[in-house]
Ligand binder design. Sequence first.
Ligand SMILES: [Zn+2]
Length: 154
Amino acid sequence: MSEIVATVYANHGRWVARCPRPEWLGGPCRNAEHYGVHAVGGRPGGLTDEEFLCSRCGVEARAEWPANAQEIARVLMDRPVPETRNWLPGETVLRLQMENVEHGILPWTLEELRSMPAGLLFRSVEPAPDYELTDAELAARNAESYAAAEIEDR
Ligand SMILES: [Zn+2]
């Protein structure tokens, strides 16, 4: 059985997912739910470890988390500015680390760097091309799962 899926991503230091409902009051629902309590308002979001519950239209979906969410979070938390802590499905942890390095944030202490064999940094670069989903692709992916689940409900 297929199920409605809400894809989790990181935005401004928070884990969030968008509502997968493509039609609600004349257009896509467009609501997003966050994980845990909101840093400013203190309101708990509709995204949990397991599911997504839309506070606007009421849709329930399975929350699809990245398998390496903790690793992603650890690398993003090295960034001092919360607005720069972003991750989209498909982005590798290595790429996040490289972005950190580009901005002067090193995942190692100078002490650790000195103890590394020369050339290690270059050898760690992955040859595989990286990608990330665009907003439109993310919305399409959610809508597909929604449509598939709806057909099976009939
Ligand atoms: Zn909704």
